[in-house]
Design a protein around this ligand. Structure first.
Ligand code: SME
Length: 157
């Protein structure tokens, strides 16, 4: 499938509800992981216009930058380091309202103020994370967590 997204503007809940079936359509029937990560990052960026949205995948014991939308990012992150590495270690979603207050936060760019990182799990193991940065403080909440956790299950890692 390669069609334009329909961008609905409304509450956060309404925007995710509109986007979710479209993301399903984008990844259904496509088995290539990079292609699917790329389109999911692009669809999320197009809908929400976040500062940065993208994936890091676990490779040889570290997180390595994967498809994303936004300014250039750090390429490698160690387990337990920064928000991404801590999400990997804890295997649970982290919502950070003010990145300056997160011990060890990795600033690839000085502009992001808040962040959410969602682990992607296969057979109980974290195989990747979805990382999203906003230029606004306290931008992410449990609605983002709920939908982003669902969206990452749509990709066959
Ligand atoms: N801030 C992240 C690093 C990745 S960039 O935001 C793209 C962290 O602390 O893990």
């Amino acid at each position: 499938m390669a069609e334009d997204l329909t961008i609905v503007k409304g509450s956060k809940e309404e925007e995710y509800q509109s986007l979710l079936p479209q993301i399903k359509g984008l990844v259904t029937g496509e088995t290539d992981l990079v292609a699917n990560m790329a389109n999911v990052a692009a669809a999320l960026k197009e809908q929400f216009q976040w500062f940065w949205v993208g994936f890091y995948v676990v490779k040889d014991g570290e997180l390595v930058l994967a498809p994303f939308q936004g300014p250039v990012g750090c390429t490698r992150i160690q387990k337990g380091k920064g928000v991404c590495g801590t999400t990997w270690l804890r295997a649970e979603t982290l919502i950070v309202p003010d990145v300056a207050k997160f011990p060890g936060h990795i600033a690839c760019n000085s502009l992001p103020k808040s962040e959410i990182v969602v682990p992607v799990k296969r057979n109980g193991e974290v195989v990747a994370v979805l990382d999203i940065d906003s230029e606004a403080y306290s931008f992410f909440d449990d609605t983002d967590k709920k939908y982003l956790e669902e969206i990452v299950t749509l990709i066959n890692f």
